[in-house]
Design a protein around this ligand. Structure first.
Ligand code: GAR
Length: 197
């Protein structure tokens, strides 16, 4: 029996596509839902084109009432009955209550070498700090932001003249390798961290 994987997005959904495309054949998982907090998220059309059910819970009408937003988010999520949730460019901070509902069953990808640069503007911060390497991290989601156990990291050099944009463009293809690799391992019960390349 395949494990059901719900993928939460806010934007273009390129990581979601990489995850969904990886879940074929003898892969233990299948995408059961793509859920976005933004009706305009480009990833929604990509999910539909792949035949994955989609849902939208726009966060804006909730005007900062996180508990109410998350209650609404829970409806399509529970209806999809996921075994695992993959945050893939989902740009809303989740409350400890929400995270607790899915303890040990929620993953996130973050575009830095955690524990460095939790939060936003990771690439600009790595460049401003003079770092010689940067990368991305897949980790388990816990109540504290970008803080859970690390399941995998991929590294790239920071090159002279890099901007946040060029660095992000160097890291994103590695995100698309790392996240599917970690997802598969987690669904197989393996949580020892991996390193790419
Ligand atoms: C990715 O770079 C992901 O690591 C980042 O957003 C981008 C989403 O791109 N996530 C975060 O910053 C989470 N705090 P995508 O929609 O094309 O996958």
């Amino acid at each position: 029996m395949n494990k059901r994987v719900a993928i939460l997005i806010s934007g273009s959904g390129s990581n979601m596509v990489a995850l969904a495309q990886s879940m074929t054949g003898d892969h233990p998982g299948r995408a059961c839902l793509v859920l976005s907090n933004d009706p305009q998220a480009g990833g929604l059309a990509k999910a539909r084109a792949m035949g994955i059910p989609t849902a939208v819970v726009d966060h804006r009408p909730f005007k900062g009432d996180r508990a109410a937003f998350e209650a609404a988010l829970m409806e399509p999520l529970l209806a999809a009955a996921p075994d695992l949730i993959a945050l893939a460019g989902f740009m809303r901070v989740l409350t400890p209550d929400f995270v607790a509902r899915f303890e040990g069953r929620m993953l996130n990808i973050h575009p830095s070498l955690l524990p460095k640069y939790k939060g936003l503007n990771t690439h600009a911060r790595a460049i401003a700090a003079g770092d010689t390497e940067a990368g991305c991290t897949v980790h388990e989601v816990t109540a504290a932001l970008d803080d859970g156990p690390i399941l995998g990291q991929a590294r790239v050099p920071v090159l002279p003249g890099d901007t946040a944009e060029t660095l992000a463009a160097r890291i994103l293809p590695l995100e698309h390798q790392l996240y599917p690799a970690v997802l598969r391992r987690v669904l197989e019960g393996k949580r020892a961290p991996i390193a790419l390349p």
